[in-house]
Design a protein around this ligand. Structure first.
Ligand code: GRF
Length: 205
């Protein structure tokens, strides 16, 4: 499986996937890192590990079609057959979602369908969880469809919320779980253990 990791920021999840790949216990290849931001630190991480890294933003194109074609071209040039969003702040164009049906995942720092959707990212998620008084939050890896944080859920892991948590302390613990869960889920896909039927996802043991 040749993965493209889509990023917009620091890329600690990308780093966790790179580390898994370099540990030798990962059957997929990280064949491309695509960033929607030119100065994303994730691009540096990719370069340090000799992974092809590109900046691709609709802002640089005069039409949507040109942007879309550029995205298809770069994915094809690197023979990508799976896309992992890891802190990618843009919506994936529906044409790409269609072409990579059930082959695009996203990671979200809460237990979807709670605390997700447009505008629910970064510290806002953890602040909302604490303000609501939740005793538990977590991490979700889901398939990507045409809505934010919406496709079928592939895996979730809980993280307890303590009375003393701030959004920052909670974010740190949730992120540590993300780094364990995402490489594991990608490995399931690489080993063809993920069976998708409508909105239900089964993992073969
Ligand atoms: C993570 O919390 C992820 O769940 C969310 O965006 C954040 C990305 O962090 N989608 P990083 O860039 O991987 O450090």
């Amino acid at each position: 499986m040749r993965i493209a990791v889509f990023v917009s920021g620091g890329g600690t999840n990308l780093q966790a996937i790179i580390d898994a790949a370099e540990s030798g216990k990962f059957s997929a290849e990280i064949a491309l890192v695509l960033s929607s931001k030119p100065d994303a630190y994730a691009l540096e991480r990719a370069k340090e590990h000799n992974i092809p890294a590109v900046y691709l933003s609709s802002k640089e194109f005069s039409s949507r079609d040109d942007f879309l074609n550029a995205m298809f071209d770069v994915l094809e040039a690197h023979a990508i057959d799976f896309i992992a969003l890891a802190g990618y702040m843009k919506k994936v164009p529906p044409e790409i979602v269609q072409r990579f049906k059930n082959r695009i995942t996203n990671i979200h720092p809460a237990l979807l369908p709670a605390f997700g959707g447009k505008g629910m990212y970064g510290m806002r998620v953890h602040r909302a969880v604490i303000e609501y008084g939740c005793k538990v939050t977590g991490v979700t890896v889901h398939l990507v469809d045409d809505q934010y944080d919406h496709g079928a859920i592939v895996a979730q892991q809980c993280v307890p919320v303590s009375d003393h948590d701030t959004p920052e302390t909670l974010a740190e613990r949730v992120l540590a779980i993300e780094h364990l869960l995402y490489p594991k889920v990608l490995e399931w896909f690489a080993q063809e253990k993920v069976i998708v039927s409508g909105n239900s996802v089964m993992i073969l043991s």
